[in-house]
Design a protein around this ligand. Sequence first.
Ligand code: FAD
Length: 467
Amino acid sequence: MNQYDVAVIGSGPGGYVAAIRCAQLGMKTAIIEKYDTLGGTCLNVGCIPSKALLDSSHHYEDAIKHFEEHGIDIPGEIKVNLKQMIARKQDVVDQNTKGIEFLMGKNKIEVYHGMGSFKDATHINIVKDGKTETIEAKNIIIATGSKPSTLPFIKLDKERIITSTEALKLTEVPKHMIVIGGGVIGLELGQVYKRLGAEVTVVEFMDRIIPGMDGALSKELMKVLKKQKMQFNLSHKVKSVERKGKEVIVKADNKKGEEVTFTGDYCLVSVGRRPYTDGLNAEAAGVKLDDRGRIAVNDHLQTNVSNIYAIGDVVKGAMLAHKAEEEGVLVAEVLAGQKPHIDYNLIPGVVYTWPEVAAVGKTEEELKDAGVDYKVGQFSMRALGRARASMDLDGFVKIIADKKTDEVLGVHMIGARCADLIAEGVTAMEFRASAEDIARMSHAHPTYAEAVKEAALAATADRALHA
Ligand code: FAD
């Protein structure tokens, strides 16, 4: 029987990063993945393919809407070739998953393909094509991730009533896509198909989209997406989803309790994701789950069984690839006897619509609730030379700082390239910068990053220079 210092179950960003860090630290490491390709949700049916389609559809939209103004004439009709778009996406996915295979080899990590399940606290059965192999490991890291969740009364047929997984490989552009859930995944994929020509209607239970992010971002994003002709129905409680031939009928109750009917040809159910522990047989190792079906862990991501850890989407906290990665590194370093730490307040959240939305730290609502005395500096993208040059005028940067100490408590932004810009907010907060610190740093001109400096200037004695 093969023996290891560490065995990782699941090869998503949590699992494969944990495996690499364990190997770097000298541990004999194995990784187990039930699918044929490595990389988990993120690389196969999550972050990477969704961004590939967002990029392709963005190019198309630019071509049909903005090229003329830029002085680029394309003779003839510009058409979407969805088959090629999906094929390119798959190519991007394949390059990435092969990259992980390469990294496993480079780090001498043994890869097992098959369903991993606990035999006991130090043994894992791996089942592939009806054959079982058992391996032994001193320590085990559960990184089994998550799956799309649904509502109890919805029957996903995976053809027209679909989750994000199917939305990444449609064979036609929907005429009318009804998106249940105005969170990150629904809005990103909704925008893809909107750009490609679908009518898109979002039905959201809460009174705002991207709940959990700063309210100012929700408002601005909805304003911009409405301008792009996406339709929103907030405070609507979906109560049935039915398919009749090629039609999908969604019924919901609005705020007043009146029934509203939406009819489309596709319905994307994007109401969140659930932790995935099916078939893991965690009970055999004595590992406990919490009341929401997640693997219960302490601050060191250790389960109730001392040699078993869990990371990523299968444990509490934000379901984000970079959060899973940080946790993978943390567990590897804990196992190596180090004392690593994760500041969960500094895990940025990003929505890759265009304009992009990104945030780190506390929202204004959270600070209000906590009774913290704060001040806000906000600066509009449209006042930037860079934004005018590219005609990406929507959005703003909002910096929230402690009223007394000036320490930055939250950075919230919406606009072009904010997914990348947010790293400045994370760095500033990691080093406990004041708004004044950011305000005094030179930011290259002309860039979108100047909005960060200007928002910091606005937060400190209202002295933005270009407002
Ligand atoms: P996963 O990536 O889910 O990986 C778990 C792996 O474990 C899977 O490969 C699974 O097959 C395997 N597995 C499960 N059980 C077993 C078993 N018993 N035996 C063997 N293998 C098993 N996050 C971001 O940060 N940025 C984004 O832009 C982003 N976009 C997204 C877009 C979409 C459409 C979706 C669905 C998600 C997106 N996410 C994004 C979320 C991100 O994908 C997850 O947070 C991330 O993949 C979690 O990583 P993980 O390692 O915990 O689990």
